[in-house]
Design a protein around this ligand. Structure first.
Ligand SMILES: Nc1ncnc2c1ncn2[C@@H]1O[C@H](COP(=O)(O)OP(=O)(O)OP(=O)(O)O)[C@@H](O)[C@H]1O
Ligand SMILES: [Mg+2]
Length: 319
């Protein structure tokens, strides 16, 4: 994310001010960096709508549906808006860590140290280049997590309990899950208020959803955990393929209450952005990928707001 550059037009857009005001605060320049965003925030002091602390998990047991691309971009955009955001990379592939430009970074600890070796969350959290966006990075050391958790007492609740320590420090915790079914993902589900499930518009993804919903039902019955919101987000959509349109129709029919209206279209910028070590908003905020995640995020935030208004005690249900 070192190479992320902002134009004064984009900064003005983010803060809802004029380009002249940007220039008055930061000076007149062609390009600005992520640190300038922090400076501008301090000067402008525009409050964002408040949400009670929320933990949001991007999970699908199926691989390659866009969990990492969407979660890192979503988290980045939340931080741009002014929220305090913690990303947790749960995947030993470390893709979210790479997407946030920290793969070569000098971190030695991961979530493994918290859940297995009793390190604190704060000890393993690192800053990213974007002010307000912090990260618990991941690497191959995470790959034996399920084995290590297996003999432990309260093994499904380790992550939820560990995150209590930082509840007051973040508005949003965004978790990027690996495409596997195991104790770590069970921990993540138990810690989450909201589940965001990216699916591709094909019928294989559609089948994968059934397993996910069976698991969620199991959580409710066996571990008394109720997710507050489930959002299914169609990713990689290509309107010109009939099969894609049919898959979305099937999703709409079977999961009407969960399916988000906004879809994320196919966009090559996701791959280019992650190879540059930055989310799509940093790489090309004018791309359709960025526009679609913006719309998806606004829809998610709106639905959370409606849910909270209807259930004022809901924010306290996951403790
Ligand atoms: N909307 C999109 N349009 C085009 N390519 C996309 C889109 N979303 C994701 N991709 C690409 O698809 C691939 C898989 O995406 P990503 O890594 O985000 O999926 P994932 O669900 O996290 O995968 P895994 O299950 O391995 O963790 C990547 O190469 C990514 O760049
Ligand atoms: Mg991934």
């Amino acid at each position: 994310m070192e190479n992320v550059k902002y134009t004064s037009r984009r900064l003005a857009e983010i803060f809802g001010i004029t380009q002249r005001e940007v220039a008055e605060i930061l000076g007149r320049r062609d390009k600005f960096g992520t640190a300038d965003l922090g400076k501008l925030r301090k000067a402008v002091r525009k409050p964002v709508p408040a949400y009670p602390h929320r933990r949001q998990l991007f999970l699908n047991f199926k691989g390659g549906t866009g969990k990492t691309s969407l979660s890192t971009s979503y988290a980045y955009r939340l931080a741009e808006r002014g929220y305090r955001v913690l990303v947790i990379d749960l995947d030993s592939q470390g893709h979210a860590t790479r997407c946030l430009g920290e793969a070569g970074g000098n971190f030695t600890k991961t979530l493994y140290d918290v859940l297995v070796r009793k390190a604190t969350v704060t000890e393993v959290t690192i800053d990213t280049k974007l002010p307000g966006l912090r990260l618990i990075p991941s690497n191959l050391a995470m790959s034996t997590m399920d084995l290590a958790l297996m003999p432990m007492a309260g093994r499904e609740f380790k992550l939820r309990n560990a995150l209590r320590e930082v509840e007051a420090d973040y508005d949003f915790v965004v978790m990027d899950a690996p495409p596997s079914f195991g104790l770590l993902n069970l921990n993540a589900l138990m810690a989450a208020h909201d589940l965001v499930t990216p699916v591709l518009a094909d019928f294989l993804s559609y089948d994968g959803l059934r397993l996910l919903f069976e698991t969620i039902q199991g959580l409710e019955e066996d571990l008394s955990h109720q997710l507050e919101n489930i959002f299914i987000c169609v990713n990689g959509f290509n309107q010109t393929f009939r099969i894609a349109r049919e898959a979305v129709d099937a999703l709409r029919e079977h999961y009407p209450e969960y399916l988000l209206k906004s879809v994320v279209r196919q966009c090559t910028k996701f791959a280019q952005a992650s190879s540059e070590g930055c989310p799509v908003f940093g790489y090309d905020p004018d791309s359709k990928g960025a526009a679609d995640i913006e719309a998806m995020q606004l829809e998610v935030l709106e639905r959370i707001k409606i849910g909270l208004a209807a259930r004022p005690d809901a924010a306290r249900s996951v403790r």
